[in-house]
Design a protein around this ligand. Structure first.
Ligand SMILES: NC(=O)c1ccc[n+]([C@@H]2O[C@H](COP(=O)([O-])OP(=O)(O)OC[C@H]3O[C@@H](n4cnc5c(N)ncnc54)[C@H](O)[C@@H]3O)[C@@H](O)[C@H]2O)c1
Length: 266
């Protein structure tokens, strides 16, 4: 693994920081000097992430449900109070997946996935109202960056998915939300550029996390046969890319979607 991003003195907020890719992102950011607010709907797992970070005492864990604006605002206020500043680095990693045949998927299941990954009050009003789970957090945190006059240092990374670009059988609702996360990333990048905030997203392929473990092993193995590198990725391999996109090393990148897939899906 490379090191080299320097986040010394910076505050990061990571949603879904209690597990998988979000946890690995917290670990890499802490390694590189950031003070990290680990946010998750599962507070216990967020606390466990904090316990695993370098530079103990610099980091905090908070309950956050990304689909609830009050919960997002409360976690942000608590972060500002405890870490004595406003996060300028934001990673939206919270997400859920449900495996269901498209023809048999209930509206409730579809909406549950949509709600967390891409919060829309009403799926049929997507062109009118697009309040996203990821976007809700981005909106609250980016407004805070602008209010506190730190937006010029701002950088947001959304965790989308290769499924958002290529589609995924049995996970149509999931793939739909991830395609929307990609489009939202590009729109936010355009709109927020004048504030100094950059917004990018990453498209992981199969990454070895608790989420991937929800898929039947034989389906994962079948998918990996078509993977040029012949294996699933590790969360740290995504986290290093996220750190690069958050850092000044990617200062001319905004609105990008970068694949981290072992070559799968070109
Ligand atoms: N693992 C993969 O193969 C893969 C591939 C492509 C994209 N992704 C994406 O990467 C992101 C992280 O996935 P992962 O594999 O690390 O999954 P994970 O299940 O290990 O972690 C997801 C975390 O999100 C949290 N979360 C769920 N709902 C939440 C909510 N409403 N509010 C706050 N936190 C919530 C969970 O508690 C969990 O800690 C997700 O957005 C996922 O869609 C994963």
């Amino acid at each position: 693994m490379t090191s080299g991003t320097n986040f010394h003195g910076m505050i990061a907020m990571v949603t879904g920081g209690g597990s998988g890719i979000g946890r690995a992102v917290c670990q890499i950011l802490a390694r590189d000097g950031a003070r990290v607010s680990v946010c998750d709907v599962n507070l216990q797992s967020a606390l466990e992430t904090v316990a695993s970070l370098e530079h103990q005492g610099d980091h905090v864990a908070f309950y956050m449900d990304v689909t609830d604006k009050n919960s997002v605002s409360n976690a942000l206020s608590a972060t500002q109070e405890k870490l004595k500043g406003t996060p300028t680095l934001l990673v939206n990693s919270a997400g859920i997946v449900r495996r269901t045949r498209f023809l048999e998927m209930s509206e409730e299941t579809f909406m549950e996935v949509v709600h967390v990954n891409l919060k829309m009050p009403n799926i049929y009003e997507t062109t009118m109202v697009s309040l996203q789970g990821t976007f809700l957090v981005s909106q609250v945190v980016c407004n805070a960056m602008i209010d506190r006059d730190v937006a010029r240092k701002g950088s947001v990374v959304n965790i989308a998915s290769l499924a958002g670009k290529n589609g995924l059988a049995m996970k149509s609702g999931y793939a739909a939300t991830k395609g929307a996360v990609m489009a939202l990333t590009k729109s936010c990048a355009k709109e927020l550029a004048k504030t100094g905030i950059r917004v990018n997203c990453v498209l992981p392929g199969a990454i070895r996390t608790p989420m991937l473990a929800l898929s039947p092993e034989e389906h994962v193995m079948e998918g990996l046969k078509a993977n040029p590198l012949g294996r699933a990725g590790e969360p740290e391999e995504v986290a290093e890319l996220v750190a690069f996109l958050l850092s000044g090393k990617s200062s001319y990148m905004s609105g990008a979607d970068v694949e981290v897939t072992g070559g799968h899906g070109f």
